[in-house]
Ligand binder design. Sequence first.
Ligand code: MG
Length: 387
Amino acid sequence: MRITEVEAISVDGGSRNWVFVRILTDEGIIGIGEATVEWHTSSVVAAVDEIGELLIGEDPSRIEHIWQKMYRGRRFRGGPVVMSAISGLEVALWDIKGKVLNTPIYELLGGSCRESIPVYANAPFGTSRQELVDGALGVMLLGFDALKFCPIHTVLEVDDPLLIREAADTVAAVRAAVGPTTRLAIDVACRLSPAMAIQFARAVEEFDIWFLEEPIRAENPEALALVARATTIPIAAGEQLYTRWNFRELFSRHAVSLVQPDVAHCGGIAETRRVAAMAEISYVGFAPHNPLSPVNTAASAHVAMATPNFVTLEYKVEASLPWLPDAAAPWRDSILQTPLELRDGALRLPRAPGLGVELDLETCRRHPARSRKPTFPQQRDGALAEF
Ligand code: MG
């Protein structure tokens, strides 16, 4: 079997554009993957086209060889655009391999470690305390027993402790609303410095926080480790890191308790599984980052299924955002020919070969990618803030 064609399809996914990859073969088997990277839609489409040229004529069963060609074949490596393109292409190769061998991808990764995939909602979103409280109750009504939210806006490297106190009061209000048994995670999206993150973590420890995601950016694992050592709340990070090399110091410096590689960014299925194995050595849990389309949910779920130290999978709850009213994509589930099955806060993976999901190309065509103007968060003096 030989690869004859590689194509990228960009689709309006509401809060972001989704970029899908299709690899076609001379035997008619087609593999799909996702290469979405927010606000870089046309760049990643171009990267899929350019890197995809390397695949023409290749035997698609040689996944590792092709990955090496895509990654090591270029002296200038890494970054979100190139790595997301490589990731989407690699996932599509696994999809082809599963279809050829008539088996789900997780069977090829060693088989199932569990019966289903526990997920958490990456919601509620809100700019006010009341929006977050109401949103959290709405998420619970959807059947989730675990959720993640951001209670804090922009904060300077050293800022008024009152801001931290207000954020902690928001966490208290959400905890009071959802009761003691709902797992509450907090994602501050890198908005804090180590000093403010430590202040914040200590202020919310009493509310039984499941994990604290990206208190600061993960590019300085030594600084992240400072935060981790100063709190009893498990620290999570990794969504903006690519390849095993970038993750190495996160573990060697004991900067996280939970690692969050994104299959669509970090290098694909095999690379995500490798990062999870690196985490296992340091007794760190694996919780894939996954706010993208259901295609990436399926790819992440296959890795989760076969990974012993998997903890939970991020699950995108479709909703309009207070700051982005057209963020919802009601067609989310219908981009797959058969939607994924979510029951009792857990995903049931289809047993069909490969990824087990197929794109509905008609739905994709009906919702072409559109351009978006991102909003840039600002400090109170107008300076650009971390996002
Ligand atoms: Mg995050």
